[in-house]
Design a protein around this ligand. Structure first.
Ligand code: CO
Length: 134
């Protein structure tokens, strides 16, 4: 498995406009795009930071994964995504090492990426996402 870089940091918000304004108006980052990922019941906004991105996440439904995260932990960092060169190989390697996975096979993420989550129990309480961009 080869980890290439921190691809993005996922930040859960209950107010997309307010969060996006902070990163654009106050920090001066550029909003590169927004996308709704229906399967994950989430609306996302991407703000590139060098090779990485800030990914702002807002739930599109009251009981989606991001809404549940916010009611449990409040707003803030929700996950950290590591970019890999081959996500299928990485998942197989982790499975062979006995690491708990939320996704044993990749699913579709925003921006046409392939993503899979490692269970926070296996990663010291951090929700880690692996992602592959083609
Ligand atoms: Co993500």
């Amino acid at each position: 498995m080869k980890i290439l870089c921190v691809d993005h940091i996922g930040i859960a918000t209950s107010n997309m406009d307010k969060s996006a304004n902070f990163y654009t108006q106050i920090l001066g980052l550029e909003l590169a795009g927004t996308e709704e990922v229906t399967e994950q019941k989430v609306r996302t906004a991407f703000l590139p930071v060098g090779e990485s991105e800030i990914e702002i996440l807002e739930s599109t439904v009251p009981d989606g994964p991001i809404a549940r995260h916010i009611s449990k932990n409040g707003e803030g960092i929700q996950h950290i995504a590591l970019r890999v060169d081959d996500i299928e190989a990485a998942l197989k390697e982790l499975k062979d090492k006995g690491v708990g996975l939320i996704d044993e096979t990749p699913r579709r993420g925003a921006g046409g990426t392939k993503i899979a989550f490692i269970h926070p129990r296996a990663a010291g309480g951090v929700l880690l996402e692996l992602c592959q961009r083609d």
